[in-house]
Design a protein. Structure first.
Length: 212
């Protein structure tokens, strides 16, 4: 009885068709594993190559951005030009930006320039404007767009002026409005000499004196 019961629990060996199916499944798994062993290193290599190419490209672009175009004009941020007039008095010229003319190295285009004449003296002269052109070879400063000249003797407002930093002479051929302790004046052209000691107004001159 015991031997018969034990034999009844044994399974019959698989048939030829089942063995063939099992072999085919094993071969498919083997081929898949072999393919993955080949594909995974290749994929890792492609990822590493892509990362290396990206790093090299970014480094090259950064180098190009830093170097810039050698033909681009030279641009300075918050520049300071310092010099002296014919009497040895110092002047300081500043601006938001300064860009050299690529066709003329002595011409400098200024954004919102500020000129201070006789900066160390008791009565410095200030000139401000929206834009300007400074000629380093001649010392001339062309200012435009809201020119304002101010000093101890008064103030002058106009649209454009030419100031000689060597002689401290200011001139313009556009409408001008001046105001000082003696009153106000309007004219079509003007000239300022000797740092404001002498002022000449021409063309439809209108004055209004301030009574003391």
């Amino acid at each position: 009885m015991t031997t018969a019961s034990h034999l009844s629990t044994l399974k019959a060996p698989p048939g030829p068709e089942a063995r063939r199916a099992s072999i085919r499944a094993w071969r498919r798994r083997s081929r898949a594993i072999r393919g993955l062993r080949l594909a995974l290193p290749a994929l890792i290599g492609l990822i590493l190559a892509g990362l290396a190419a990206s790093v090299a490209y970014n480094a090259l672009e950064a180098r190009r951005a830093t170097a810039g175009n050698p033909n681009d004009p030279i641009k300075l941020i918050s520049p300071h030009f310092v010099g002296r007039d014919s009497h040895g008095r110092p002047f300081i010229l500043t601006s938001v930006t300064a860009t050299r003319d690529p066709n003329n190295y002595n011409r400098v285009f200024l954004d919102k320039p500020v000129l201070i004449m006789d900066a160390d003296g008791a009565d410095p002269l200030h000139i401000t404007s929206g834009s300007g052109i400074y000629h380093e070879d001649t010392g001339l400063l062309e200012v435009s767009h809201g020119v304002h000249l101010s000093g101890a003797r008064g103030a002058v407002d106009t649209d454009s002026s030419v100031f000689d930093t060597k002689t401290e002479e200011l001139s313009g051929s556009v409408a001008v409005h001046g105001a000082g302790s003696l009153g106000e004046i309007q004219a079509k052209s003007y000239a300022v000499h000797d740092k404001g000691d002498t002022m000449v107004f021409k063309g439809d001159v209108h004055t209004r004196l301030q009574p003391k």
